[in-house]
Design a protein around this ligand. Structure first.
Ligand code: GLP
Length: 241
């Protein structure tokens, strides 16, 4: 794992965007794996700015998001489909038909997991996966204890995740308790991974990632088995580790 330490959120966002833009320019048909949460918002902003200023095109790019809450339709403001549309897709020239997010309001969520996993495979897999990290070490919504062999599946959210994500909802009771997420093995199959880490609240998780063992008890530790991981981390999350 290569670590790039940056001074603050703005620098993390800029570096991450530059990284992604370079990959898109090298391969205009790139398959990007995308993440939600507060961490990548600044990166998406920079991608939009670059699109407006330099015209980097996403016309032939395909995207797969990591996860989606169960029970929320794409029109729901708290759904990750809505997040992606508002934070990125509505502002660049990507073909929305080529942007995929698991459907959280599917009648048969187990079936949806199989469909999503095979959709990724059919498209040749993810070239570059963007990741954030939960303070308990989750990646996507793979909570501690998730098998490293897991593919896209339904997960029960950890109480700490529900609490952390409640800030986006009116009331904590509105946070869905389940989600569909790419599995650890789905994530590990991507050719390259870019992990973004922002803020002091992630320091303990980073300490475990950098200094701890590889264990299913700490999902992000699987990344140590991946040959091509770059971490762009704010100083406050990694200094002194
Ligand atoms: C969320 C998402 C993850 C994200 C993580 C951290 O629950 N499912 O994909 O990386 O938690 O979120 P944030 O970036 O807001 O700290």
């Amino acid at each position: 794992m290569k670590i790039i330490e940056v001074k603050d959120y703005t620098e993390m966002s800029l570096k991450a965007a530059e990284y992604i833009i370079e990959k898109v320019c090298q391969n205009p048909k790139i398959k990007l794996g995308l993440a939600t949460g507060g961490t990548p918002v600044g990166t998406y902003k920079k991608l939009i700015e670059d699109y407006q200023e330099n015209g980097t095109s996403y016309r032939n790019v395909t995207t797969f998001n990591l996860d989606e809450y169960i029970g929320l339709s794409g029109e729901n403001k708290n759904s990750y489909r809505y997040f992606m549309d508002v934070q990125l897709f509505n502002h660049i020239d990507i073909n929305k038909n080529n942007t995929f997010v698991p459907q959280g309001n599917s009648k048969d969520v187990e079936e949806e997991c199989l469909r999503y996993e095979s959709l990724i495979v059919k498209n040749g897999g993810v070239d570059l996966q963007i990741l954030g990290i939960g303070s308990n070490g989750h990646i996507g919504f793979n909570e501690p204890g998730t098998a490293f062999s897991s593919q896209t599946h339904v997960i029960e959210l950890a109480p700490s995740t529900i609490k952390a994500n409640a800030r986006y909802f009116n009331r904590i009771e509105e946070v869905p308790t389940k989600a569909i997420t790419m599995g650890i093995s789905t994530i590990m199959k991507s050719k390259e991974i870019l992990l973004l880490v922002s803020g002091e609240t992630k320091k303990e998780a980073m300490s475990r990632l950098l200094n701890g063992n590889i264990t299913e008890g700490f999902p992000a530790s699987a990344l140590k088995n991946h040959p091509y991981v770059t971490i762009i981390a704010e100083k406050s999350a990694v200094s002194g580790l």
